[in-house]
Design a protein around this ligand. Structure first.
Ligand code: ZN
Ligand code: ZN
Length: 350
């Protein structure tokens, strides 16, 4: 089957030199043969977006939408299909062939390099697109089969959009990396979207003790509602005294420095600290380990359908974390994500 692909005018939120986003109409080149053009319906905002506010860039990497154009080599989807977007991988290197796209050798280039694998760009000069292989702060973007997941058309794209990054990372750490088993115990530091996804996943796994730590009482209350068995306010003076030792796992989503010491105190011998904050793995004392994880060791095409199923069963109620904004309010949404007013902002077009 031959498919004709075409350039397309798009409306995209471009970062200016004052880290302010403004919508511009741009001409995007036609999809390459391995690419898929997706009309974006919704896009979550993730904290990683806030770290890349450089002039000329188009961010957004929790997109969801409807396939509009497909390159001639694409077999996974056709126009009209509904898709969730996740991180990008090359599909060709050894880890990709070994079903570990989260360890793709080209991960940095493809997700943070604002370019395709071959170094080209579909965007006009001076505009940086292809963020996470998406740049979904727009009404249309180009992706590949590697970073899309087809879902049933009756599912709500605006609810499921944020599964593709933060939620996958938190839940995947519990279910894929640690493989938490029934009866085990863990502590989750920080109850943003990633931490709360870890809490929900720990409940799904049947963990006996799920301790949520944060300084925001509203978020701690939500953590309890979502499955935490205890909550600890880290602003309170007796905070350290209330921590119970001998936990199997600690998941740190905060990157706050003194946590390592704390992890040593509360982890059992042989227990594991997971840092979801970017630092590297190392050995703690007495056989305790510290590891870092990318995207919760998740293969999006396998894991997102599982999360969707949990959502359908009411066991992964992401809607309780979401605040919706029209795309026109993108600057307010980014600000409120940055200052912690909201947990998971999701931008929608209509
Ligand atoms: Zn690869
Ligand atoms: Zn993200």
């Amino acid at each position: 089957m031959t498919t004709r692909t075409q350039p397309r005018k798009v409306k995209a939120a471009v970062v200016n030199r004052h880290q302010h986003l403004s919508f511009q109409e741009l001409q995007l080149k036609a999809p390459h043969q391995n690419e898929v053009g997706v009309k974006i319906v919704a896009c979550g905002i993730c904290h990683t977006d806030l770290g890349f506010l450089s002039e000329g860039s188009i961010l957004g990497h929790e997109g969801a939408g409807i396939v509009e154009q497909v390159g001639s080599a694409v077999t996974a989807v056709k126009p009209g299909d509904h898709v969730l977007l996740s991180y990008q991988s090359c599909g060709q290197c050894a880890p990709c062939h070994d079903s570990q796209p989260f360890n793709c050798q080209h991960f940095s280039k493809l997700n943070f390099g604002f370019q395709r694998l071959d170094g080209s760009s579909a965007y006009p000069d001076g505009v940086q697109g292809h963020f996470f292989g998406q740049s979904a702060f727009a009404n249309y973007c180009l992706v590949t089969e590697q970073n899309l997941v087809k879902i049933a058309p009756e599912l709500p794209l605006e609810v499921l959009a944020p599964l593709g990054c933060g939620m996958q990372t938190g839940a995947g750490t519990v279910l894929n990396t640690l493989k938490v088993k029934a009866g085990e115990s863990l502590m989750v530091m920080g109850t943003g979207a990633v931490g709360l996804a870890a809490v929900m996943a720990a409940k799904i796994a049947g963990a006996k003790t799920i301790i949520a730590v944060d300084r925001d009482p509203t978020r701690l209350a939500l953590a309890i509602k979502l499955g935490a068995t205890e909550s600890i306010n880290s602003d309170e003076e007796n905070y350290l005294a209330t921590l119970c030792p001998h936990l199997d796992y600690v998941i740190d989503t905060t990157g706050i420095g003194h946590l390592d010491e704390l992890a040593q105190e509360v982890l059992k011998e042989g227990g594991t600290l997971v840092r979801l904050t970017g630092s590297c793995g190392e050995t703690l004392t007495r056989g305790r380990k510290a590891i870092s994880v990318v995207q919760g060791d998740s293969v999006a095409q396998d894991f997102l359908p599982k999360l969707v199923e949990y959502w359908q069963q009411g066991r992964f109620p992401v809607e309780q974390l979401i605040t919706y904004y029209h795309f026109d309010d993108i600057n307010r949404a980014l600000k409120e994500a940055h200052n912690g007013k909201v947990i998971k902002p999701v931008l929608v077009w209509d």
